[in-house]
Design a binder for this molecule. Structure first.
Ligand SMILES: [Fe+2]
Ligand SMILES: [Fe+2]
Length: 365
């Protein structure tokens, strides 16, 4: 298996399996496309789909074939019918769990934008952002960044799946948001690239998908949720609702993340990703709620409840994610799966560090 020419952009290396289902998929993907056994995954019934490592990794393995693929994996696997059937089984379990988690939020008479505002106002999740701002140590901050890298290195991509599925005002509003996310076509301003600098400053691997192996089920679930909504046209309302909730709960937490890094002594290069979102998402939240979701529901009124379901699901899974980090830290544990990211020293300056001469080999006697 050869290394990709540039690890920054993927594809990533296949992760390690986490149970029998993901093991079967990883093994299959290493070989040319072929039919999977028909009984694979038929008895899928995890106690908690959001923390089930095998289920969430299996979904992630399948979804990634639609993004950058996996290193050394035949690209024809993307549309292999038996793998799609297995993915569909996993999705049914995941979607049913999401609907149990948040139910069907009612659409208020004032409209979908008001419904989104109500959901966000009622979102009193664990205080992850405040902890990162005030108390988290460098190790914990690096863990947080490693978790989030699974999404931020492909930031905005899942919501772009909505573009060909929409017309009219919702599409125009989504394009306006995504244009910012993709740096208005400037590579160095793409949010994914700003995040790569944060990873670099914190001494973490900047390669696409580099931290998937240490990302636990709940982190993968925050990503799988977007892919589930993005890859099913019937869930386009939920996808836009998810994006709206994301934008509406972004500005203040990002201010806190940036302040947390400054407290730990990091410079503007490290905080720029977060600083950028303080202003950008204050604007995006208005566009997302009123122009995008409001515009969608003006054209397709039947999608109003889906919009609120997607928003509620995004907020709820993010609360599970925050609780996972805080609970582990409170217990004195890492929130990542072993192994921890390599403990490189944080980079505090763009000035190249002086080259360190390798130790001299022992003299032969
Ligand atoms: Fe962004
Ligand atoms: Fe945004």
């Amino acid at each position: 298996m050869s290394e990709p020419a540039d690890r920054r952009y993927g594809p990533a290396t296949l992760p390690r399996a986490r149970g029998p289902l993901s093991a079967a998929v990883v093994e299959a993907l290493r070989r040319p496309p072929h039919d999977l056994p028909a009984d694979l995954g038929v008895d899928l019934d995890p106690a908690d789909p959001f923390t089930d490592e095998d289920l969430q990794l299996t979904l992630f393995l399948c979804y990634e074939l639609h993004y950058r693929g996996w290193l050394g994996v035949d690209e024809s696997w993307e549309w292999q019918p038996t793998l799609l059937a297995l993915r569909a089984r996993c999705e049914r379990v995941f979607e049913a769990a999401l609907r149990r988690l948040v139910g069907a939020p009612p659409v208020p008479a004032a409209g979908v934008a008001a419904g989104l505002a109500e959901l966000v106002a009622a979102d009193n999740g664990p205080a992850l952002a405040a902890t990162l701002q005030r108390r988290a140590d460098l190790t914990q901050f690096r863990e947080f960044v490693a978790h989030r890298s699974v999404y931020h290195l492909r930031e905005a991509d899942p919501h772009s799946w909505a573009l060909p599925r929409l017309g009219g005002p919702a599409k125009a509003a989504l394009v306006e948001i995504q244009t910012d996310e993709y740096g208005n076509g400037r590579l160095d301003r793409m949010h994914a690239e700003l995040f790569r600098r944060t990873l670099d400053r914190l001494g973490l691997d900047t390669g696409y998908g580099a931290h998937v192996d240490v990302a636990p089920a709940v982190t993968l679930a925050t990503n799988n949720l977007m892919s589930l909504f993005g890859l099913h046209r019937r869930l386009r309302g939920a996808l836009l609702g998810h994006l709206a909730a994301f934008e509406m709960t972004s500005s203040l937490p990002n201010r806190r993340y940036g302040n947390g890094l400054r407290r730990l002594g990091f410079d503007e290069m490290a905080t720029r990703f977060y600083d950028e979102h303080v202003e950008a998402d204050a604007v995006h939240e208005q566009i997302a709620a009123h122009d995008m979701c409001g515009g969608l529901v003006r054209v397709e009124p039947a999608l109003a409840s889906d919009v609120l379901f997607g928003a509620a699901a995004g907020l709820a899974v993010d609360r599970l994610f925050a609780a996972h980090l805080l609970d582990n830290w409170a217990a004195g544990r890492s929130s990542l799966r072993a192994p921890a990211p390599p403990a490189l020293p944080p980079r505090v300056s763009l000035v190249a560090l002086p080259a360190v001469a390798p130790p001299a080999p022992p003299a032969l006697v």
